[in-house]
Design a protein around this ligand. Sequence first.
Ligand code: CO8
Length: 258
Amino acid sequence: DGTYETLLVERRGRVGLITLNRPKVLNALNAALAAELTAVLAAFDRDAALGCTVITGSEKAFAAGADITEMAGKTYPQARIEDFIAVWDGFARLRKPVIAAVGGFALGGGCELAMMCDLIIAADGARFGQPEIRLGIVPGIGGTQRLVRAIGKAKAMEMVLTGRMMDAAEAERAGLVARVVPAADLLAEAMRTAEAIAAMPLPAVLAAKDCVDRAYELTLAEGIRYERQAFYALFASADQKEGMAAFLEKRPPAFRHG
Ligand code: CO8
């Protein structure tokens, strides 16, 4: 998959694995990392051989936020004209699931990156926070919106106003993360989950992610209507025929991901 300045990228079976790799700055998200990460994710999304992606960092840091060195000198007109956050918009167009395997710090843009993923698996040493307020800014890649939806207004408001970090146990109680695992098992557990998803029939996986995401955008009645169309549409997939035939014939299914 080529070499990257800020990432390690590999494929393990049907799972794409992206490791953020700026260890000296705790994987701070600079422009190069944003460009490489969003490009690899988009390529994986279009790749028929892959069904799921895992993004991880190091044991010390998933990502300690936007690169403050790169941002510090920006003026308002520069920020506005460059629109340096727009590079992240491609995330919303990904159709295949992305898992964040978070060890250590997920702060600022790092917490927001984890929340842009479809689910978060955290190591017991993970810490989540939105410390932007201490720098005189606010979260900028969706943190104020996604944190409220993930953990509710009370905790989100406290975190965004004070910059307080949450540990992994609190993050799990609050509903921010799907599961907490021992740090030594983080990547193996995330890969196991990703492999399980990637083994599922791809048309149903795409529809499932799409429908769940709609719950954030639509009214209940519209969301249910959306889900029903997606449900009926899956009867046009070979994998629906295979999945149901295999069940009735009491054998394992052989999905074609189509
Ligand atoms: N940007 C640049 N460099 C960083 C960052 C960062 N976000 N975080 C850490 N580093 C660097 C440190 O400067 C240090 O460099 P050096 O070795 O040259 O001194 C190195 O990484 C190691 O860090 P520390 O020595 O500070 O390590 P500690 O273990 O003492 O502390 C912390 C770890 C608590 C994580 C600490 O590094 C810290 O507070 N980091 C900053 C966290 C932060 O404020 N993040 C929010 C940034 S703003 C943001 O994310 C806005 C998002 C919206 C825009 C999105 C565009 C991508």
